[in-house]
Ligand binder design. Structure first.
Ligand SMILES: O=C1O[C@H](COP(=O)(O)O)[C@@H](O)[C@H](O)[C@H]1O
Length: 261
């Protein structure tokens, strides 16, 4: 068996958010040291709210500062809807986090999808892949982009990004970004980072909270069952950290670690 992932469980979302903040700052500093920017992919769903709680808290000191001007934000997956649509992951991040940055805060760079091609998901995916190519270097010079951090959610069926259990997209080996037309969770038309891109990141962090997640957490951590979240765990091992509350892992026997950086 490969190296184990870090499973961090917290008594509340508040304590989880405090730890997540420290983790994000450490990933930010590692990214800045590596290449002068912090390249992070974010998900939709329940993540942006917890992320906002972590990032909007005032800095304790200089070493705890979010250096927004150095953040390059990408989307781990996005829905094929206008950017101001209620189903848009960008709109959600904007509402929960970006619009709440205090006045005068230097703005992060946010890489959104190209709204002009929403009716063609293959083109939408290709254009987003080109966005990655421009930021991470050409596909000829790198086989896969390397995100400093991917922030992922875990759906109650074990999906992550828009990679769903049993879907043929899990076998994609070439594309960096793929379209999906039949997402079992609405809306059906989306684009997503592919599994090789997700598992190639320097670090991957899942955030999952609430008792609604506990059954799938057992499946992911105890049996795997080929679930997308389990595939990410298997491929990333100790590069992968789960930030969960106690309710989400009640009855899960996988060893939890005390949080430390
Ligand atoms: O549809 C999606 O769902 C997942 C999981 O969402 P959650 O609400 O259960 O946290 C999310 O990570 C993904 O970005 C989103 O498009």
């Amino acid at each position: 068996m490969g190296k184990q992932v870090n499973l961090y469980s917290f008594p509340s979302v508040d304590t989880l958010a405090t730890a997540l903040r420290s983790y994000l700052i450490s990933c930010q500093e590692a990214g800045l040291e590596r290449h002068g920017v912090f390249k992070v992919g974010v998900s939709g769903g329940s993540l942006p709210k917890t992320l906002a709680q972590a990032l909007l808290a005032p800095a304790k000191d200089e070493s705890d500062k979010v250096k927004w001007e150095s953040w390059e934000i990408f989307f781990a997956d996005e829905r094929a809807v206008p950017l101001n649509h209620e189903d848009s992951n960008y709109a959600l991040l904007k509402k929960e986090l970006l619009d709440k940055l205090p006045q005068g805060t230097p703005q992060p760079t946010v890489h959104t999808i190209d709204e002009s091609v929403l009716d063609d998901t293959q083109e939408l995916a290709d254009r987003y892949e080109q966005t990655l190519v421009r930021s991470f270097a050409s596909r000829d010079s790198v086989k896969l982009p390397i995100f400093d951090l991917l922030l992922l959610g875990c759906g109650p069926d074990g999906h992550t990004c828009s990679l769903f259990p049993g879907h043929e997209l899990l076998r994609e080996t070439e594309a960096w970004v793929s379209p999906i037309e039949d997402s079992p969770k609405p809306p059906p038309r989306r684009i997503t980072l592919t599994l090789p891109v997700v598992t190639h990141a320097v670090r991957v962090a899942f955030v999952a909270t609430g008792s609604g997640k506990k059954e799938i957490m057992k499946d992911i951590f105890e049996e795997g069952k080929g679930l997308p979240c389990a595939l990410v765990n298997e491929a990333t091992g100790e590069r992968c950290s789960w930030f969960v509350d106690n309710a989400a892992v009640e009855g899960v026997s996988y060893p939890k670690r005390p949080f430390s950086l």
